[in-house]
Design a protein around this ligand. Sequence first.
Ligand SMILES: Cc1ncc(COP(=O)(O)O)c(C=O)c1O
Length: 399
Amino acid sequence: MQLSKKMLKISPSSTVILAQKARQLKAEGKDIIELGEGEPDFNTPEFIIRYAYQSAKNGATKYTSVSGTPELKNKITEKLRKENNINYNENQIVVGAGAKQLIFNALFCSINMGDEVIIPSPYWVSYPEMVKIADGIPIILNCDLQNNFKISLEKLVEVINSKTKWLILNSPGNPSGAVYTWNELLELSKVLINYPQINILCDDIYEKIVFDGKKFHTLAEVAPNLIDRILTVNGFSKSYAMTGWRIGYAAGHPKLIEAMIKLQGQSTTNASTIGQEAAIAALGADQKFLNDWLKVYTNRRDIVSNSLGNSFKNSFNNPEGAFYHFISCQALVGKKINGINTIRNDRDFCQFLLEKYGVAVVPGSEFGTAGYFRLCFAKSEDDLKNACQRINDFLKLLN
Ligand SMILES: Cc1ncc(COP(=O)(O)O)c(C=O)c1O
């Protein structure tokens, strides 16, 4: 079978491959601490599982309308109004199989051959590949550690042109951990208002994981004057530890949402009915339990920041949100391990760390920023302490 030309353009998901490698080593009996995959280690709360189970028993096992059940869409519009101060009607909402499907569908529905999509790096691995599948051109906008991996407006203006179709904004950021403030979003909106051809895809999937009392804001809230050009994407995977239920949603201009529903209707139909019921339970609940989780995440973040702070001085920022450290290992490039193998780049660093010390992390190159590695701290305290100890031991071998 000859595969399509399209498939030759795209790479497999690197984080999934690395996770598989770590799993394989584990299956071979190796002592592996997996800090590669970005997934909360909490179980989905019991009350959500019970609600979904009861709903399934009551018949929620059939197709729903493609865009989601009226009850869930109603809960989503209510959430966006109350928590984010954005007014969307139900015809502006589509529920899908995770934020991933919705981002894919939005790009697929809107990009014509050669359209450009600005993706600030470091970026979530799937954005550029999705753009390529849709026949678009990813334009990578490098962001610096010194600027907390946030967009420089000067650099942004330099890459905008008449073919620019989208800017992707992900705050809290994976893997950067950066959270845009109200003022930063406002300043950004003042630039974007001058370029009516640009749409903005706000990937808010880590909304609930923001540390140190900082407040989450999304562009549609800060810049209602841009609302027709914004697609707000969110979901339940990270916030509610519901990765496997595969429920996300997008809110935006009715024309785009209608197209996304049409595409979904001819590809996957509705998101899992039981998953949608679980999402209703998540949104309907007292959200206080999320504060308890946030305390746990904060503690875990601090364990890693404190344990690696000395070894990687000025090489990372304390994450403001999400659950990743993004750490420069550039200073280690060129060093030898026990005087033998040379670390040539971030991939080597991660490979040696996995093979010699059993810690799985992801090279920054996968996120468009070479010379770094990403460590996910949504893991147990013991695992994090052990992993940091192993990383520090590994560094002692280098000369
Ligand atoms: C930035 C970002 N967006 C979207 C997703 C996909 O989320 P979902 O599980 O809802 O498809 C992820 C998952 O890793 C992510 O990190």
